[in-house]
Ligand binder design. Structure first.
Ligand SMILES: [Mg+2]
Length: 294
């Protein structure tokens, strides 16, 4: 866990404030310092933003704070991301940008609300993020686009609701490492063809929020290795009739981690939602993914 605050010159992992009353006090002070701007905005009591019982920032305030700090930046990023067309209608383009900002707000809200529920659970969950159609999108002849709220959102989550975060993707490990900007040596000819819509380090900004040994990929060689360990899990036959193989591979990883005693939560797209409907976050294409990415 990289989230840390300073106490008596030492860097302390954020989550310790929930165990130690003295650290809880320091953490509360730190939050207060962060909160005045938003509290002035809301014209509320300075204590209102802090949930004393659970020793954490209230999610409604975390969300308000996020948009107060970052809305202008994210709007500006969208201006750059939304493609220009030759016969462009400025009014239409404005609508696309506003729609995208609206769905970023839905996404940020859903994730903050989920983290604020999960952080109270025992054991503390491991949150596994999907990449494609969740963190962003690669499509057609276009390059990958990370949704603009993502790096800022992960930064705030790490500060306010520090949970271990990893990846559960149906890409390959090398593809995932490539996108995260990790060094993977020469690409094979076959990889050069498959990776041509990807950019080395396109998601490099988010790598620092992830626990490096909690990156799971269900495709190809990784799935074969997992098979040895998870064949005993007995995936119900009807899954194979109802769901995509990518989703089944992911659920196998989650079931295997659950057997190791991990409390796993998923942030994933709607294809996966059909298979794991419990308390997770699912990115609905209509309401939580910017339209210009489709
Ligand atoms: Mg996906």
């Amino acid at each position: 866990m990289k989230g840390q605050f300073r106490f008596e010159g030492r860097l302390i992992p954020y989550w310790l404030h929930q165990l130690d009353p003295q650290l809880a006090h320091v953490y509360e002070e730190w939050l207060r310092e962060k909160l005045p701007r938003i509290n002035r905005l809301l014209k509320t009591d300075p204590d209102l933003g802090y949930d004393k019982k659970n020793r954490m920032m209230k999610p409604e305030i975390a969300i308000e704070n996020f948009w107060f700090e970052h809305e202008a930046f994210i709007r500006n990023e969208l201006e750059k991301l939304v493609p220009h067309t030759p016969d462009e209608n400025p009014k239409k383009r404005r609508e696309v940008i506003e729609q995208a900002l609206g769905v970023e707000k839905n996404f940020v809200r859903e994730v903050f609300m989920a983290y604020s529920r999960w952080i109270k659970e025992d054991p503390r969950p491991l949150v596994l993020w999907d990449i494609d159609d969740t963190m962003g999108k690669a499509y057609g002849s276009e390059k990958w686009k990370t949704r603009p709220c993502l790096p800022l959102l992960l930064e705030d989550l790490e500060q306010f609701y520090p949970l271990e975060m990893g990846i559960d993707s149906d890409r390959t490990v090398r593809e995932t490492q490539f996108c995260l900007g990790m060094e993977i040596g020469e690409l094979t000819t076959e990889e050069q063809e498959r990776f041509k819509f990807l950019t080395h380090g396109e998601m490099g900004e988010i790598q620092k929020y992830l626990t490096s040994d909690q990156i799971y990929c269900s495709r190809l060689e990784e799935a074969a290795k997992l098979d040895e360990r998870i064949d005993l899990l007995k995936i119900p036959q009807e899954y194979y009739e109802k769901y995509s193989l990518g989703s089944i591979d992911k659920i196998r990883i989650i079931l295997w981690l659950t057997q190791q005693g991990k409390n796993v939560k998923a942030i994933d797209d709607m294809d996966f939602a059909k298979i794991k409907p419990q308390d997770n976050v699912f990115v609905d294409r209509e309401t939580m993914m910017p339209r210009f990415l489709y």
